[in-house]
Ligand binder design. Sequence first.
Ligand code: FAD
Length: 413
Amino acid sequence: MSPAPAARAAAGTAGSDAEAESDRLYPDCDPYGIEFGLTEAERAPLRRLRAVLDTEVYPLLAEYWEKGEFPYSIAPSLQALGLMEPKEVADAGAEPSALYHGFRIFELARTDASVATFYTAQAGLFRTACRVGGTADQFAAWDPAITRFEMTGVFCLTEPDHGSDIAGGLATRARRDGDEWILDGAKRWIGGAHSADRLAVFARDEADGQVKGFLVDRRAPGVSLAKIHGKTSLRMMQNADIRLDGVRVPEEWRLGNVQSFRDVAAMLRQMRSDVAWIAAGLQAGAYEAALRYVRGREQFGKPLGGFQLVQEKLARMLDNVTASLAMAAALAGRQQQGIYRDQDSALAKMGNSRRMRETVALAREVAGGNGITLAADVARFHADAEAVYSYEGTHEINALVVGRSLTGLSAFA
Ligand SMILES: Cc1cc2nc3c(=O)[nH]c(=O)nc-3n(C[C@H](O)[C@H](O)[C@H](O)COP(=O)(O)OP(=O)(O)OC[C@H]3O[C@@H](n4cnc5c(N)ncnc54)[C@H](O)[C@@H]3O)c2cc1C
């Protein structure tokens, strides 16, 4: 796979002021310097992350993408970075901001969407399920193990027969039996399930018809997992079909603050904003790869990057990346103030995913035939964008969330 990681990091923006730009994390894809909203203490762990991604992760991507396997050997290095509660931020006496949280996802996705999704399954989906769904005591007890990856988990909402209509359709059943619950049903598409300790499963309580949440031991009797084969997108990420047959869960592992689907929706609000950052990062990675390619490849005796029509495509890609980054950062600002709503994260997930699709198509296009091979480094982003486009609510479903807020009319059913 070309180019080498060092070349990957050193594309640089032509004509920029060298001194002002020397400290930039994203000189090629953040022209308005949104990154400068980060504190220096927040930039330090992102630099540490960049170093691990460049040296340990990037060299494995093409091989594992082609094999359709996840390179689990990278997990210890990523986990050891302590990115959820970075020591530099704690030493500065601060809490990591929503903007830091977003740029952490952006940095991961800029390298690879499967790696970003793998990390976000723990740091985003599972931790959010425990933070929003657990009581304060539960979260306080579990979070140290979650941030150190000593208790890993995944988020199990979607079912074989219920994706977009999961709110009303959720069919997995939960029945109370003394101090335990008994779960029966099936889940589909669950990312990272095979390597997780706990499955955050959402099931409908037979007693009151409401959706409740449970942290199920993956190895409990009655839990069976099957890998979903034949994916053409996010090939490295392992997704599972899960069956739950009479699975017993102690009451203490029930998420105490999940009383109905409304509480699950509060989790989706956070998760959709995370995916807006994945969509921004993924297209940044595709754009930067395209930029390197058109600088290196010559046709008609000069680099592709010197042709007007190619430059127009580069400009459109940068327009998309910048708009996506700005939208995600503005949403992070609202999250930081605790004032974001369902429609805010739905709008960012929808808009960034739509722009992402155009960006990866343009990146693939300027690389010509090589653009469909893993060697030019854009094909992986091009293919992976399709999964990101669909998960955490499809374009249509997020549009309907926004539309409902605009009109006061629900158009779901
Ligand atoms: C790679 C990947 C990873 C995933 N990881 C997880 C995970 O970890 N945990 C988890 O719980 N889920 C996960 N999912 C599931 C994901 O959230 C669902 O795929 C998504 O919600 C869409 O559901 P669906 O695939 O069943 O599509 P469907 O709901 O069957 O939709 C099919 C099409 O119909 C459209 N449609 C549906 N209803 C309407 C309507 N009312 N109006 C207009 N159009 C409509 C949709 O927009 C879509 O285009 C993952 C999915 C993928 C692909």
